[in-house]
Design a protein around this ligand. Structure first.
Ligand SMILES: C[S@@+](CC[C@H](N)C(=O)[O-])C[C@H]1O[C@@H](n2cnc3c(N)ncnc32)[C@H](O)[C@@H]1O
Length: 325
């Protein structure tokens, strides 16, 4: 196997968005999706006052990035967790708030490239797809146990697959005689289920199904739905949350959470803003920022990125933990 690689997306822009929150000595940055540590390494190198906490649910990613970032000594702490456990991770390190939180959603190129992980439809391997291979059910187990209705929902919702119900029916039919175990089993079924004219357009016929299964196996949207409000809650005044999403459902979720947190909730005809009604956060990005053609040419993964950021301008509500910040 070649050395695992992952080119960090919109690296300079991400560091620029994080920088104002991480200038003070002792400031704390949480990278919720450490991966191979590309974004965290840039923070450690370019923002010398920041301490970095890197979370990943994938033990292999944590090990590789820990080796890569070891030279930074105790400025870097690696934590094996799912990112909706952010409040517990921060609490366990004796902190009541942090200064910046970053999410670079989805899987890394390293996970796609390691054949045995079963993420890639182009490689025949056990159909696993768990970001944390120590827990939860594999993609094969999901295919072999879910109802046709549940499979249809997953393929339609997460993969926007037009032939979702047809594929789900075929999966259920096939597993009665031969349960799924490898990615080739599934790719073969997809070729047989998707009509030839549709197979010739819209990319590889397995792409949407593999993406949908990965999102279901790792419960990605539900975890993100809990994690974004938790990240907003855990930053102090002047703190920032920066998110890179690559899937429209994820970006929509982030956009809504940021809009809710930054909305001024007074009647539009009120001539003044009553004290206490000001939103506690402000949007830092206007709409979603995207990668330019040059970056996309170098790194095709950047093509679908949507980058958004918010900043806390007022302390969190008195009922929330960490009132004093
Ligand atoms: C796109 S990669 C991050 C790449 C990283 N920014 C870099 O430059 O190397 C996403 C990483 O987040 C991890 N991840 C995804 N969802 C997670 C979750 N819910 N909790 C913790 N880690 C997660 C994946 O295992 C993967 O290593």
């Amino acid at each position: 196997m070649t050395t695992p690689r992952h080119a960090p997306v919109l690296l300079d822009r991400v560091v620029a968005l994080l920088a104002p929150a991480l200038e003070a000595p002792g400031s704390v940055y949480v990278d919720c999706t450490l991966g191979l540590g590309g974004h965290s390494e840039a923070v450690l190198e370019r923002l010398p006052n920041a301490r970095v906490i890197g979370i990943d649910r994938d033990p292999a990613a944590l090990q590789m990035s820990s080796e890569r970032l070891a030279a930074h000594g105790d400025r870097f702490t690696a934590v094996h967790a799912v990112y909706d456990e952010l409040p517990e991770v921060v609490g366990s390190l004796g902190l009541d708030h942090v200064d910046a939180v970053f999410f670079d959603l989805g899987v890394s190129s390293m996970q796609l490239d390691v054949r045995e992980r079963g993420f890639a439809y182009s490689e025949d391997a056990p159909l696993d797809m768990r970001m944390d291979p120590t827990t939860g059910r594999t993609a094969a187990e999901l295919l072999n146990t879910a109802t046709a209705q549940e499979l249809t929902r997953i393929l339609r919702e997460y993969g926007e697959e037009k032939f979702a119900s047809r594929i789900a029916r075929e999966v259920v039919r096939r597993r009665e005689t031969t349960p799924f175990s490898t990615s080739a089993d599934l790719v073969e079924l997809l070729y047989a289920s998707i009509p030839a004219p549709a197979r010739r357009t819209g990319g590889h016929p397995a792409k949407r199904t593999f993406q949908a299964l990965r999102m279901a196996v790792n419960d990605e949207l539900a975890v993100l739905r809990r994690a974004i409000p938790a990240s907003i809650e855990v930053i102090g005044v002047g703190g920032r949350v920066v998110v890179e999403a690559y899937h429209s459902l994820e970006d929509r979720l982030v956009k809504r959470a940021f809009a809710d947190a930054t909305r001024l909730d007074v009647p539009p005809d009120l001539p003044f803003v009553p004290e206490g009604a000001e939103p506690a956060l402000r949007l830092v990005t206007r709409g979603a920022e995207q990668a330019d053609e040059h970056e996309i040419a170098e790194n095709p993964r950047a093509a679908s990125v949507r980058l958004r950021a918010v900043e806390r301008v007022l302390p969190s509500s008195p009922s929330s933990p960490g009132v004093a910040r």
